[in-house]
Design a protein around this ligand. Structure first.
Ligand code: SF4
Length: 248
C-alpha cells in the first residue's frame, strides 16, 4: 500500500508517516475504534481520499526539525515507498528511522534502525485464527532483525479468552532467550464492537506484568478503555501532532 498522512510533534522532534493497509486481518484491531470501521470483518480503515507522493513526503520532512521518523500502519512495511523513504531519512536527513507499530511480517529492512513489534499469540492455532498468518515466520523475523542490529521492542495484547496469561508468559519467556533487557509492553485488550472478548481487569493486568517480570527486566503495561483510545492526545502529549502533509 502507500502513505497517506505525515504528522509532526514539535515538542519531541519526531515525524510520523502513516500507511494505509495491513497484511493481517485481526478482528480485534484497535485501529477500528477510531476509524469508523468497527464491526466490519477484515476492514481496518476506510480508504484515504489520496496518497502522498515521494516528493511531497520529502519536502514536508525537510521543512521540520526532527531527530526521528516513525513509520506506522496498519502495517508500514507494505508501503511501496518505504525503502526510498528510509534511504532518504537515514542518509539525507541523518535522523533515526523506526517502525512505530509493526506486525513483524516485513523486518529486518535496510536503513531501518528499530521497530516496535506486536507479537500476537504463542499458540499456532490461535495465531492463525487471530491474524490469518502463521506464527513461525513472524517470530523468526523478530530474531533475525535483532541479530541484524536493529533496536527492538515487543508488545502483546492480553485478551482473556483468546490470548490468555499462559500465552503472554510464553511470549515473554521466548523473548528473554534473545535478551532479558528487550522492552516488553502488555496492552490490555480494548473491546472492539462485535467481538466476544472482555477487557482484562486491573487484577489480571497486574498478574500479567508480574508473571512477565520473572522473565524480562523491562516490562510495562497499558490498560486503556475505548474512550481513552479515541482521545490519546488528551492523555499523552506524544500524540499531540500537527498534520504537515496529507489529509487535513
Ligand atoms: S497487525 Fe495490527 S494493524 Fe494489522 S490488523 Fe492486526 S492489529 Fe490491526
Amino acid at each position: 500500500m502507500a502513505f497517506y498522512k505525515l504528522t509532526y510533534n514539535e515538542k519531541y522532534r519526531f515525524a510520523t508517516l502513516h500507511n494505509y493497509g495491513c497484511t493481517f486481518k485481526c478482528p480485534i484491531c484497535s485501529y477500528k475504534l477510531y476509524s469508523g470501521a468497527e464491526g466490519i470483518p477484515g476492514k481496518v480503515f476506510p480508504a484515504p481520499a489520496r496518497f502522498l507522493s515521494v516528493d511531497e513526503m520529502k519536502a514536508a520532512l525537510e521543512s521540520v526539525d526532527i531527530d526521528k521518523v516513525n513509520f506506522m500502519g496498519g502495517e508500514p512495511s507494505i508501503a511501496k515507498e518505504l525503502p526510498e523513504m528510509l534511504e532518504f531519512v537515514k542518509n539525507k536527513l541523518s535522523v533515526r528511522t523506526f517502525l512505530g507499530h509493526t506486525n513483524g511480517s516485513g523486518i529486518p529492512i535496510k536503513n531501518l534502525d528499530g521497530a516496535n513489534v506486536g507479537l500476537k499469540a504463542w499458540d499456532e492455532k490461535v495465531h492463525l485464527e487471530y491474524t490469518g498468518r502463521n506464527k513461525k515466520g513472524i517470530f523468526e523475523n523478530f530474531a533475525r532483525a535483532l541479530e541484524s542490529g536493529m533496536e527492538l521492542k515487543a508488545n502483546v495484547v492480553y485478551i482473556p479468552g483468546l490470548v490468555d496469561l499462559d500465552q503472554v508468559e510464553a511470549i515473554a519467556e521466548w523473548i528473554s532467550k534473545l535478551g532479558r533487557n528487550i522492552p516488553f509492553h502488555i496492552m490490555g485488550y480494548i473491546p472492539v464492537p462485535g467481538q466476544p472478548y472482555d477487557r482484562p481487569t486491573e487484577k489480571q493486568m497486574k498478574m500479567a506484568e508480574s508473571i512477565c517480570r520473572k522473565h524480562l527486566e523491562n516490562v510495562g503495561s497499558s490498560h486503556l478503555c475505548s474512550e481513552d483510545a479515541k482521545r490519546l492526545s488528551k492523555k499523552d502529549d506524544r500524540f499531540q501532532v500537527k498534520i504537515i502533509a496529507g489529509e487535513l
